[in-house]
Ligand binder design. Sequence first.
Ligand code: MTE
Length: 331
Amino acid sequence: MLIRSDRRGFTHRLTSEITPRGVYENRRQWLQGLAAGAAGAAMAGWPARDAQAQTARPGKLPPLPGSLSKVAGAVTMEKLTGYADVSSYNNFYEFGTDKDDPARHAAQMKTSPWTVEIEGLVNKPGRYAIEDLLKLSPMEERVYRLRCVEAWSMVIPWVGYSLSELIRRVEPQGSARYIEFVTLADREQMPGVRSRVIDWPYTEGLRMDEAMHPLTLLAFGMYGEVLPNQNGAPVRVVVPWKYGFKSAKSIVKIRFVEQEPRTAWNKAAANEYGFYSNVNPDVRHPRWSQATERRIGEDGLFDKKRKTLLFNGYEVQVGQLYAGMDLRKNY
Ligand code: MTE
């Protein structure tokens, strides 16, 4: 790793991993072109993504249709984390517990054909093919900060649409108060599933109003392309005001339920990982502080840690969901 000081005296990491601006801007133009009318062509490329996903290099995965006009995140002024960091420093325990395990092993996961089953308290249960989910609503690009419970963060341009679009289509019944995500757990394709770190499958959950919040994204891509496998292809959720583990990857089932669902991390260590897990600098993880975070790609010797913001900086948008709740108890 090289460290270089620029004219203004900032010190930052120089790495071939950071996506060159030109590459990223080219992809944006590509995406804008698609949004302008060629979206069908991108859909046609979907079945071919499996083979191409293996490479996981910027500009190598099929593009997704998207509109860049509706950036809903509040963090677009922040520098994006380089694509190579985002796709090589991952938590995806199904592929191993080291940060580089997912990038090494996820290529073997087959993401086509893929279906997502909708079940539980809905009027329209059923099995959706990924191709149908892709067409369900126009895609948007949203730049969100992802804050991991391990006190690091990234800034990522996701592509997808609000989960609420899907929820509305399946018509939840009045008694559906929570939503549970179940993700793929296949011992053949996922070497980590043979370990017992987690009670597989990895599951997560949201209260219905959290799931319906417009910021909650059903994501199919990032940086204008389909998701690399290690980032949760072909479909995941991104809940930007919660610690990263709430954002379940490679979803195969969405269940509408009445009771608060048990979640994988809550089962593994209930005193460390609560159901809500809203980013909160004032509530320590039992083993470390949550007051600051390290931005991936800015971890040079002289780079300062950043202060962690309540709700990861999305308090204005989501604070009212928790009015009257004791967030120290409901962590
Ligand atoms: N989803 C599944 N299925 N398995 C996992 O291990 N890890 C979570 C979350 N979703 C995880 C998962 C954690 S701890 C984090 S921080 C984010 O994914 C990381 O997402 P990223 O690798 O795209 O940054």
